[in-house]
Ligand binder design. Sequence first.
Ligand code: FUL
Length: 500
Amino acid sequence: MGQYKIYIVVARKIFFTVSVLLVISFVSCSREVDPPAPVMPVPSPRQLAWQHLEFYAFTHFTVNTFTDKEWGYGDESPKVFNPSDLDCGQWARVIKAAGMKGIIVTAKHHDGFCLWPSKYTEHSVKNSPWKDGKGDVLKDLSEACKAEGLKFGVYLSPWDRNSALYGTPEYITYYRNQLKEILSNYGPVFEVWFDGANGGTGYYGGAREKRTIDRKTYYDWPDTRKIVRELQPDAVMFSDAGPDVRWVGNERGIAGETNWSMINKDEFAPGVAKTDVLNHGLENGRDWVPAECDVSIRPGWFYHKSQDDKVKSVNQLVDIYMKSIGRNGSFLLNVPPDRTGRINEHDVQRLKEFRKALDEIFARNLAAGKRVSADSWRGKSDTYAPANLTDGKEDTYWCNDDDVKQGVLTIDLDKRQEVNLVLLQEYIPLGQRVKKFRVEVLADGNWQEVASGTTIGYKRILHFTPVRTDKIRITIEDARACPLINNVEIYKAPEKYFEL
Ligand code: FUL
């Protein structure tokens, strides 16, 4: 009997110990693992919202459209502005159908002509024959954008070749008054575009001379920017120096293969910047100022009939898409309305074809919902598991422990099939990190490298020669801190769109 009791005591002890061990292991498995600390700098909420837009339009439209020029001197009569059938609704519908998310219009280009009836100048639509001087392009366009669910943005050239005040301190008040007009009267503005072309020859109220200004100090940018923050707190400001979005350094719409979203913005001013730094960003830049890639669908920014047969081809546009959005930039495509005041049929047709191409390229994400394995992940916690890479969610990511700057991710496509495109995204709210990566596929029993790169950022797209495989391996080779990958997509895109 005594022996029986001992058995019971021993059994109880074993049961107790096993239970304690089970509870400990359960608690440690389900314990919350802290997310990685941000790697500074990081995007502001307005920059993050802007980054998600990816693709939006520029509409260069003013007196130049009617004088066949690229830069008006400022002496053109407002009477030349006379579109026969101005239809901002058509602009918005065409641009929306192309998949673009907003429109930035040249409210005022270098010639100083205002597309709205500004109180501060006679050089505007109010002295044009269009609608007997009662028209307002900004009103029409902002309403059309609203109706189509598009964002509305404005370009207000700091350089004004018409104004007699240009070059004097009074011009800054004039410029700011105009900025206030366009930011107060047309609803929400998503982007304010400060061009870098500043100073030179012009009409200047009849003086017809050259006026040079100090690009760094003349505009007192810090105080001018305050007006934007106050009147449109959600708008991003674009210029060579940001502060929110930077020029990519060329007007071909092409970001550097290495493209960091950071620069040191205080070193630049609109019109004063190093194009190489703008194109690539700086790995250790102090400020988050991502690149915007601007380019026109035609050789010129304004409409010229002589360029009707020079509209970029679908494949050229696909190439720019891959080198802008596909290289951690945004794509700002200029589509200039013609003299009727509508987007010209040549461009309308090309945008339709381009949209069709993009829809075919990104028709089916072969990685969606597929199994992913990783060599390791943060604390082995579900929160950071590799499955996050293919779950289609924007706020989940795979990441490693703090001291691990590499990672190997393998996506199982279930069956062998042809692939030729990979899309990668970092989780940028905690900073841009990846410095070097490669992509391999398992073909004929061997891992073959198909693509490699440096930065990823918000989005990176790589096209490679089609290959049949059922497994894709992405190796993060180096990063500024433990990498955070939010999304992987794989496609078999029609090869015909990549031939140039
Ligand atoms: C440049 C301007 O001089 C061009 O006319 C155009 O507006 C382009 C987008 O920016 O600096």
